[in-house]
Design a protein around this ligand. Structure first.
Ligand code: ADP
Length: 328
């Protein structure tokens, strides 16, 4: 190992995601493995400003690998966006002898981490934790797989009632900027159409497609709509438009909302979070900074935080093709 870091800090920030606890556990345990100390910082950057920290050891993270949310808690901290706030945060860093930081969060958290690093020269490594999978430099973010499974389970249940009543359901799922959740769950749950921010289908094409299906003998349908889709103003407007033009259908809207963030992490997310946590600590000990841990083709990777924030995690075009073929 290249550095002589003796104490690191770890925090979870921004939107919470299932598997953040597994990542925290991996960071704390790896620190113990390499005989360095690890300080848990509560409520993201807010905890740095308010000096809410706790020294953790390998036993502090017992029985959390299976838990959703984050035991460190998360926060959206406005003060950290100001220079004054970050100065106070750095005082906490100094007071507690923290020599490097692991930040578990999304692109907002990484932006904050990069600015903090540039102002105070403290090494930082990011771990991508967000259900949206909208971070460049990793095929999967922590929490994404669990969210997919949660959504699939919910849509399967909605399908039962859709079939029983000849209903057309519009199911809104999370994804303000990215359609990964919508596209994958749309295919997985056998949806009729998938509306994502990356492609503007247009209301008329949607209507055409639904009418075609209806003519071919479908009596109920499910359309998965990503939160950030631009086909209508929102899912309710789309539903209203379709109902007006297809009055024989009983049209319903279901917004899945925050349930998509919760729940026990899937095995995939637990393994991913464990690998990323170990890799993050090892990267710090190798003297790396301003990087994000990712997974590409099953291998752990490091890429600059700046790329992770600015790059776009592209939608898989083949999934769109497959979805189009299967909804004939
Ligand atoms: P996420 O990490 O899930 O994208 P946010 O965008 O809410 O979530 O970011 C989490 C936190 O990161 C913010 O509450 C803020 O404290 C910090 N942050 C985000 N952007 C900046 C910025 N430009 N400068 C400083 N801190 C920032």
């Amino acid at each position: 190992m290249k550095t002589t870091i003796k104490r690191i800090g770890v925090l979870t920030s921004g939107g919470d995601a299932p598997g953040m606890n597994a990542a925290l556990r991996a960071v704390v345990r790896s620190a113990a493995f390499y005989s360095i100390e690890c300080v848990g910082i509560y409520q993201g950057y807010q905890g740095l400003i308010d000096n809410k920290v706790k020294l953790m050891n390998a036993r502090s993270v017992n029985n959390i690998i299976n838990k959703g949310g984050t035991v460190l808690k998360s926060a959206r901290c406005l003060e950290f966006r100001t220079k004054e706030g970050r100065k106070t945060a750095f005082e906490t860093v100094q007071k507690n002898g923290i020599e490097a930081l692991v930040v578990i969060g999304g692109d907002g958290s990484f932006t904050g981490a990069m600015i903090f690093q540039s102002e105070f020269n403290i090494p930082v490594i990011g771990i991508p934790g967000t259900i949206d999978n909208d971070i460049f430099g990793t095929s999967h973010t922590i929490g994404y797989d669990t969210a997919l499974n949660t959504v699939i389970e919910a849509i399967d249940k909605i399908r039962d009632t859709a079939i029983s009543h000849n209903r057309l359901f519009f199911v809104e799922v999370m994804g303000r900027d990215a359609g990964h959740i919508a596209l994958n769950t749309g295919i997985g749950a056998g949806a009729e159409e998938v509306l994502i921010p990356e492609e503007d289908m247009g209301l008329d094409r949607l209507l055409e497609s639904l009418k075609r299906s209806e003519k071919s003998g479908k009596s109920s349908s499910i359309v998965v709509v990503a939160e950030g889709d631009k086909t209508g103003k929102n899912v309710f407007e789309i539903a209203e438009y379709v109902e007006k033009n297809m009055p024989y259908y009983d049209v319903r809207v279901s917004v899945l909302g925050h349930m998509q963030r919760g729940g026990s992490p899937s095995c995939f997310d637990r393994v991913l979070a464990s690998r990323m946590g170990v890799y993050a600590v090892e990267a710090l000990l190798e003297g790396k900074s301003n990087m994000m841990v990712g997974m590409i083709k099953e291998e752990m990777t490091l890429s600059p935080l700046e790329k992770a924030i600015k790059g776009k995690s592209e939608i898989n075009k083949d999934l769109i093709r497959v979805s189009d073929i299967l909804t004939i």
